[in-house]
Design a protein around this ligand. Sequence first.
Ligand code: NOJ
Ligand code: NOJ
Length: 717
Amino acid sequence: MLRRLPGGKAAAFSVALVILFAMLAPAAATAADFKREVVYQIITDRFFDGSAANNNPPQSSGLYDSTKTNWRAYWGGDLAGIQQKMSYLSGLGVTAIWISPPVDNLNTNIPDGNGNPTASYHGYQGRDFKRVEEHFGNSSNTWTDFDNLVTAAHAAGIKVIIDFAPNHTTQDNAGEFGAFYDNGTFVGNYSNDTNGYFHHNGNISGTGWDDRYQVEYYTLFDLADLNQENATVDSYLKSAAALFQQHGVDGFRIDAIKHVNWGWEYSFANSIYTGGDSFLFGEWFQNSTSDPLYHDSYKFANKSGISMLDFPLNAAIRNVFGSNTNFSDIDNVISAEGANFTWKEDLVTFIDNHDMARFLSLNNNQTRLHQALAFILTARGIPCIYYGTEQYLHNDTGGGTDPYNRPMMNAFLTNTTAYTLTSRLSTLRRNNLAVGYGSHQERWINNDVYIYERKFYGNVVLVAINKGAAAANITGLNTSLPAGAYSDYLTGLLSGVNINVTTGTGGNNPVAAFSLPAGSVAVWQVTEAGGTPQVGSIGPTAAQPGVKVVIGGKNFGATQGTVKFGTTTATVNSWSATQVVATVPAVANGSYQVTVTDSSSQVSNGIQCTVLTAKLIPVTFTVFNASPTQVGDYIFLTGSTVELGNWATTWDGAVGPMLAPNYPNWFLTASVPAGQTIQFKFIKIAAGGAVTWEGGSNHTYTVPTSGTGFVNVNWQN
Ligand code: NOJ
Ligand code: NOJ
């Protein structure tokens, strides 16, 4: 049975339902299934000043500019301000907020070249990761305002993601010289680093931005670069993240993941997931799928359990809607990433953010902004909207880049087209699983028109965008939508039209020729009721036995059935028709297909999940005098558990490539199972794929049960 929900009636009905839900049953869904969320990115200092009391706190006085003329000073926005705007956010359709780093930041002023004070209003110069910044909370740096915000957000059905920066503390050559504190107790600083808490390798520069060793071990813009292999630093960062989990956060946007020790990050993610339900995505900056480290990026996302901000798609979105390049730019990225990322629907998509010019600074055209917004809200991935987009906020000084892309929120109107659009498409994402879980297929494309279909079994959403200046005649379009008449889900908000579909074959139902107006976006959709169980989501994507995973989908039924990892039944912790929480069973480590069987023995499709051997511990492996390499050859690590690639000998299967700042010695941190005795060897994978094994017998090592580990061995000839 198909239930069609086109047009205005359905939308109004759904809005009513959402309001009812928000009143009755807030935040039912769990964080590890984030695909149906709409994220809103807030720079706390620049959103809303909810309390004047914290504007100029004593321990860091003078960093506030009430005139809002110094763009690098604090302007007064705070956690209380976000809390006060909660109904504005829920009306917008936001279901998760990502707030700038809330931790206690640099207390001093570092003058810029002109002697003007600069402050860490953005939050990326943390000094105490276990306390809340006084400009955002109170001058005792307590959790009160943070807790109040989380409580209010959850009551409104909105999840809270914090920005967390494990790469660095404060600037290493000025201000507080990297000093960091553990809930008020001094731990160390950069200038007198007797315990090795930091790397002292100088700034990443030039070709170093593409060099794995520099990217991970050099310094990012003078920010004191933490050494996560140090057991104190490791435990400091993990316990800080755990503290935020205890204070109710639902997820982490991990700053600069490309610049932190990649292997260590697997254990960081694992530590969070072991602590509880969460969604993690990181900032891996890259301009395209041809970036030299693109392959490393998707290998990382596929194995670490950390999803990513979709920077390649962001660049394509800005090119297509901002600079008017052809739609193929977007479609090519979607296809390439679709082939590379195992859990591509978890990629977080965006038009702009705090590190680049806002869209309207790039192209001051609201129609184009609406198209881009409609695109991220309906295309593959989890949409993230930068604060103020819905108010057309922008300041074009200096091209509108940092800091001019961080203006104070200018208005809180709830009737702009962008606000209404976001709200409606958020409702669609909630009600039609094709948006969060479905495949993404190009159905019709030319330079100015992009028609794509999202499909999750019988749930289908078809979206048509015409960015051109002329109406487009659409002939020969096929869809999976069943035969029938479809009205525009946006009811003409972006000048969309209605279509008629007739029955075809092989999932290709012809759409009667129609004219797609210039500058328009139309959305047609259908939801399916009934049917067998279908799984669309699992999270975390890598976890050891005993950790809970959240499985999203439909038709699970009201009565509890079973969850299986391969053929092994897992304990079910909670069950609903669309979401099941189960505990990873004690199966052998490896990659599993997870299925849901309903109470009438109907079995779902499988979804991939990696079962780890045990909790992960970061261990740094060094092999001395490895087999000689030519340019393009690398040494990798492989070994006896899934964390070590299960003896894989491919670029994607083995652990690496390792790093050789002291060639021919190679090293790499890998996260390996606590307390296990592992066997491993080093291999050379030549540029063409040829494999050279280390000789002799396997190395063995018993992984510590806490802290960090180190292994130093000679290459066996
Ligand atoms: C990337 C952040 O998005 C940016 O705003 C920040 O300055 C750097 N990382 C350093 O934390
Ligand atoms: C195959 C390799 O040839 C060997 O050297 C290695 O020890 C084993 N895999 C793993 O047991």
